[in-house]
Design a protein around this ligand. Structure first.
Ligand code: HEM
Length: 94
């Protein structure tokens, strides 16, 4: 999430969140089939929301970090790189 954003600015956040909304709800009690609800995510320990997370995120959470704009930025960057790497590897295999 390279573009700078201020977490408490919904007007600025809305277009950014559109990229997440296919997988993430932010309304209380709402869920998406394939992603955790991100309501109140800042300050929450990673991998502890009501969702069946993959082991890696649960392990990250058990190590203690909570979500902040900074830690989320790192997570999304890493995820983007790993999916790009996967795509590149698949492209090489074909
Ligand atoms: C920029 C938009 C997005 C943001 C800010 C975002 C943020 C997050 C965060 C913070 C978590 C961890 C939640 C927690 O530990 O409580 C998460 C998990 C997850 N996100 Fe997103 N996400 C975004 C877009 C997406 C997209 C586009 C997809 C799918 C195409 C996706 C799929 C998932 C999945 C499957 C998990 C659970 C991962 C696991 O179990 O290890 N997210 N996301």
């Amino acid at each position: 999430m390279s573009e700078a954003f201020t977490p408490d600015d919904p007007v600025q956040g809305e277009p950014v969140f559109r990229k997440c909304s296919s997988r993430h709800a932010i309304e209380a009690g709402r869920t998406r089939p394939n992603g955790p609800n991100l309501l109140g995510v800042f300050g929450r320990q990673a991998g502890t929301a009501d969702y069946s997370f993959g082991d890696s995120l649960v392990e990250v959470g058990e190590a203690g970090p909570v979500w902040t704009p900074e830690t989320m930025g790192v997570y999304l960057e890493v995820r983007q790189h790993s999916s790009r790497r996967r795509l590149a590897r698949r492209a090489c295999e074909t």
